[in-house]
Write a protein that binds this ligand. Structure first.
Ligand SMILES: [Zn+2]
Length: 539
């Protein structure tokens, strides 16, 4: 192997293991393999350049390159010390926490951050977990009828066990009751001003003239677009968004899937504050972008003399390439996505079908920790967590777009190949081979190839059986031509389908089982009929 190749393979190995290749580590390995380095300076320069190249590669690309050169060089990640979540403040008897999604689509990775952090804290403090659907928007972010169940299914899969599950849309009378009290207390009024005019006045901290309109009787007679009920706060509050915020509005034609009759709907800030009190929430994990909610809701807590929960803020989690709920909804409507579980969406539902493990997602979220910075991550980051778990799955041959080749003088062989190279106890796959094979790679003339676990050949002629470093053979996978092979289709993350043949052992797999297609990638079985349909997990 020439020296560049050697540097390249160790740089890859180091980068796969530690996310970034380290100069010293790579040089050390190169010296150990190449004993007679003459020009050290030139070597260092070469190492530097190659490391730069490798570090700029995506994790998927690094792994597939390393798989080509030498799959045995792929090592597990170093054991990291366990990251602990920061303690919650002021936990008295117990922590009561909630996760409050709007079910206007399926659960996303973004959702999962709050969902999981709350759950981890509830476990840490032996607390109670409320799953509350904030579904009181019948106009813009309208709930999906089935999304309630999707969330509950994803919760089950993630292992989150709520103490209670409630829908705000079935608690409207409770919100009305508190509105009634606020009218009595002269802390809520009906404002009939044009929204734009009102907003300008609020910006300037000025009254509109509706402020004494404590007309409970008019509450249910408000007309859409003409009136809203506002909570009286302080027109001098430094943040105009906190001044006399709207608490109820009218939707004449509710598009709510569970309630198309109600006209008077609470806005998020009102319903959320009331429920945080009603369910005795002690700690809230809230996106830093919603910190204004605290300032608004604290007025209600003051009026009713309630204690405001402790708030822990987190920044936003952006996962590159994953679409937002509203974007996904739009694309489904336009027929550009097949549904909420489309492989391109990145919803928890779709990740499940791709073979992601709940434990991987939980660890990923836990390690992101609790902090106020916005976090930008790649799917590659999540892949690394999942890989650590699915690495233990069984291996099989899948030959994409198989090309039939004949190898002259190939001996008739029966070979046993381990289901997993590091776990011999799991048993073997057995192949009986003749002189006809299916291959995926485009074979070059004059190049030596080695069929994994089988033999070496060149230009369609058998060379030798044993592994031989001197041949510098390219390792490829194969299938023996025969009747026992199965038709395989693999849905990739861009929704394209790879078609090919798989080995007989695939017949025994169960739905949702993850396997590694040797030299290719991990994938998860979704259908088994006359053909076997897998979803791509990652490389
Ligand atoms: Zn007004």
């Amino acid at each position: 192997m020439d020296i560049k190749k050697i540097i390249f393979k160790f740089a890859l190995q180091n980068a796969v293991k530690y996310e970034k290749a380290d100069f010293k580590a790579v040089v050390g390995k190169v010296f150990a393999e190449v004993k007679d380095v003459k020009d050290k300076k030139a070597l260092f320069k070469e190492v530097k350049e190659i490391i730069e190249e490798v570090n700029s590669m995506k994790m998927g690309e690094r792994i597939s390159k390393l798989m080509e050169i030498d799959p045995t060089l792929i090592e597990d990640k170093p054991k990291e010390e366990k990251k602990e979540l920061p303690e919650l403040e002021n936990v008295k008897k117990e922590a009561i926490m909630r996760f409050a999604p709007n079910p206007n689509g399926a659960m996303s990775l973004g959702h999962s951050r709050q969902a999981i952090l709350n759950w981890l804290y509830c476990q840490k403090y032996n607390g109670k977990y409320l799953l509350r659907f904030d579904d009181t928007d019948p106009k813009v972010k309208i709930p999906e009828k089935d999304a309630y169940k999707w969330f509950e299914d994803d919760f089950k899969w993630l292992g989150i066990k709520p103490w209670k599950t409630v829908k705000q849309s079935s608690r409207l009378n409770i919100y009305y009751k508190y509105a009634w009290e606020l009218f009595k207390m002269k802390k809520m009024y009906i404002c009939k001003c044009e929204p734009e005019k009102k907003s300008k006045l609020l910006q300037r901290g000025e009254k509109c003239g509706c402020e004494e309109n404590y007309n409970w009787d008019g509450f249910f007679d408000m007309k859409e677009g003409e009136a809203v009920a506002r909570v009286k706060t302080d027109l001098k509050n430094k943040n105009p968004a906190v001044r006399d915020w709207p608490a109820f509005r009218i939707a004449e034609k509710s598009k709510h899937p569970l309630d198309n009759k109600t006209r008077v709907w609470p806005l998020l800030n009102f319903a959320s504050a009331i429920d945080d009190h009603e369910f005795g929430i002690t700690h809230i994990i809230r996106g830093i972008d919603l910190s204004v909610s605290d300032d608004r809701q604290k007025y209600l807590f003051d009026y009713f003399k309630w204690k405001y929960p402790e708030t822990i803020y987190t920044g936003k989690l952006y996962v590159k390439g994953v679409k937002s709920t509203s974007e996904t909804k739009k694309l489904i409507k336009e027929g550009k996505l097949e549904g909420w579980d489309d492989i391109r969406t990145g919803t928890i539902m779709s990740l499940r079908k791709r073979g992601f493990q709940a434990e991987a997602i939980t660890n990923f979220i836990k390690d992101l920790g609790v902090n106020r910075n916005n976090i930008d991550v790649d799917m590659d980051n999540l892949y690394a967590y999942n890989r650590r778990i699915v690495e233990k799955c069984n291996r099989y041959y899948f030959v994409e777009e198989p090309k039939k080749i004949k190898i002259k003088n190939a001996p008739k062989l029966t070979v046993k190949v381990h289901l997993h190279p590091d776990d011999e106890k799991r048993g073997f796959r057995e192949f009986k081979t003749g002189d006809e094979f299916y291959v995926q790679d485009k074979l070059e003339k004059g190049r030596v190839y080695r069929f994994m676990h089988l033999f070496n050949f060149m230009d369609g002629k058998f060379l030798s059986k044993e592994m031989d470093e001197k041949l510098n053979a390219k390792l490829i996978h194969w299938l023996p031509v025969g009747k026992n092979l199965v038709d395989v289709e693999i849905k990739m993350d861009d929704n394209k389908i790879k078609k090919g043949l798989g080995e007989e052992g695939i017949k025994k797999l169960k739905i949702n089982e993850v396997i590694q297609c040797e030299r290719n990638f991990f994938c998860c079985l979704q259908e088994k009929n006359n053909k076997f349909v897998f979803w791509f997990t990652h490389r």
